[in-house]
Design a protein around this ligand. Structure first.
Ligand code: CO
Length: 134
């Protein structure tokens, strides 16, 4: 069911410093920062040949990554995103098999403008999983 690894997301305390680290020290192709108010994050995309890394920091009050950053003040890996060809069919299959889909179970529009869902980390080896429509 899952397809390509779309991205790995890392929450960081200082987005500019993290972007500079990837650009200057690791020599990666780094995008400009963008605010995604709907998701309560500012994000920088690192474009690698085979996938992307997203650097995230909280934006505004009640950001969904604020608590995570408080627990991991140096930053830490936050989630892994896999592509699926049919996100609603994927959701139904997961629910049928006892996995917990976060939120109300309806896909939201993700950072790339495509429908996404998140799966409970306790159901997937301690890792928050994002599914993105291909
Ligand atoms: Co993501």
């Amino acid at each position: 069911m899952i397809g390509r690894l779309n991205h790995i997301a890392i929450v960081v305390p200082d987005l500019e410093a993290a972007a500079a680290l990837y650009r200057d020290t690791l020599g990666a192709d780094v995008s400009a920062a963008q605010d995604i108010a709907e998701h309560g994050v500012s994000v920088v995309f690192i474009n690698l040949p085979n996938t992307k890394i997203e650097l995230l920091r909280p934006l505004g009050d009640g950001s969904p990554v604020a608590g995570f950053l408080a627990k991991n003040p140096d930053g830490a890996m936050h989630h892994i995103c896999y592509e699926v060809s049919d996100i609603l069919a994927a959701r139904d299959r997961l629910i049928e098999r006892g996995a917990r889909v976060l939120g109300n179970g309806e896909p939201k529009t993700g950072a790339h403008g495509k429908p996404v869902l998140f799966l409970h980390p306790k159901d997937f080896c301690g890792t928050l999983i994002e599914l993105e429509q291909e």
